[in-house]
Design a binder for this molecule. Structure first.
Ligand code: UT7
Length: 351
């Protein structure tokens, strides 16, 4: 029987570390000013979110999401010992694409130097749930024999589209730049626990306006006109969030999808080495761990160092702790995610 194996893993974060303390002094070009730009504090951010710092790309106009993805993809290719020319499909999850269209997967394909291979390129728009959605797609493609070398990417460049004023502080303090990548391919195995064992993906569109960016809100602004300096109209340039509704729905959906993953596979925490939740808020993850009765020593978080990198969080977190020596080849992971949409899901797989 063909099963889907994870052949390689890689991640990338930019060098610039932005602490909570520095964040309060950044202007909209990410340049540190003498005077406070946003009324926030290290104490508030750490207490409410667990975040200590995040990474930002250099603000020199040369970076886009596909560049972060390129670095992560190259590391995953090296890890898998696979040449880029072997990739026959790219699945790219991001809410911060290089441009409105075309999708970022084709731009990454070109940067990888494989544009002439003609490989399939998909962009998916499931925000913080992209990893599980992409894994489900990749697993189906591999098991049906459609593709044999799939590059799964989650990458985000958030730092250029945040509101660096007190008005936007609830969202701005949460997000960071980064990328994670996985290479997936087929393996012959009769063991149903091998490779990608389980995926589930769900959505509830009634939550769409609880976390959104209305930049291309055609129904209400048919002709895009925003003066970035006009505080009355430039709100549409930034993500809007009802934080409490997102928080409550995230806890509920991540608990439910984690419990369903165990029930549907007949597994217990004795069979699983690590729980890797999406990294939106440490308090969300602590609540999920408490309610779903997950052994705390099996939980991996990185939000303290990277903030919320949306589509990148799960592969970035696994790769971070693998480089720290915690995660080992052959470990089984249960991952649970929740994001804008609302979208959510869970997966069990062996790394
Ligand atoms: O991947 C999915 C993406 N997003 C999420 O999952 C986020 C889910 N939601 C959350 O993480 C939390 O709701 C937040 C961290 C966004 C906010 O935490 P909270 O405990 O729900 O705070 P709150 O919205 O109830 O705000 C409490 C106070 C308010 O002030 P007043 O009205 O009590 O005077 C806010 O204006 O904290 C204020 N506040 C801040 N203060 C300092 C909001 N953001 C900040 C800030 N710094 N950055």
């Amino acid at each position: 029987m063909i099963r889907t194996k994870i052949l390689g893993l890689g991640s990338y974060v930019p060098d610039r570390v932005v602490t909570n303390e520095e964040l309060a002094y950044l202007d909209d070009q990410h340049v540190r000013q003498e005077t406070l730009q946003t009324e926030t504090s290290d104490e508030w951010i750490q207490k409410r979110t667990g975040i200590r710092e995040r990474r930002y790309v250099p603000n020199d106009g040369t970076w886009s999401t596909s560049d972060l993805a390129l670095h992560a993809a190259k590391r995953a290719l090296t890890d898998a010992n696979i040449d880029a020319s072997e990739i026959d499909c790219i699945i790219f999850g991001t809410l911060s694409p290089d441009m409105h269209f075309p999708g970022t997967a084709v731009i990454l394909q070109k940067k990888l130097g494989i544009d002439k291979t003609g490989c399939a390129c998909f962009d998916i728009r499931q925000q913080c749930s992209s990893f599980v959605y992409a894994l489900q797609m990749a697993d189906a493609f591999v098991r049906t024999g459609m593709y044999k070398r799939i590059l799964l990417i989650g990458a985000e460049l958030h730092s250029h589209s945040l509101d660096y004023t007190t008005r936007g502080r609830d969202v701005m303090v949460l997000f960071g730049d980064g990328a994670g990548a996985m290479l997936l391919g087929p393996v012959e195995s009769e063991d149903p626990r091998d490779g990608v064992m389980y995926t589930s993906a769900h959505a509830d569109g009634s939550g769409a306006m609880d976390l959104y960016l209305g930049l291309f809100d055609i129904a209400h602004r048919p002709y895009l006109f925003i003066d970035p300096k006009d505080r009355e109209t430039n709100r549409g340039m930034y993500p809007q969030m009802d934080g409490k509704r997102v928080f409550l729905n995230a806890v509920r959906a991540m608990v439910m999808s984690t419990q369903a993953a165990l029930a549907n596979t007949g597994m217990s925490w004795d069979d699983i080495q690590w729980f890797v939740p999406h990294q939106a808020n440490l308090r969300i993850n602590e609540k999920v761990v408490e309610v779903a009765k997950i052994p705390p020593e099996k939980v991996l978080n990185t939000i303290q160092f990277y903030g919320n990198t949306t589509a990148a969080t799960v592969p970035l977190t696994i790769d971070h702790w693998r480089r720290e020596g915690k995660v080992k080849k052959g470990d089984r992971i249960l991952s649970s995610v929740f994001g804008s949409g609302f979208t959510w899901g869970a997966a069990i797989f062996t790394i």
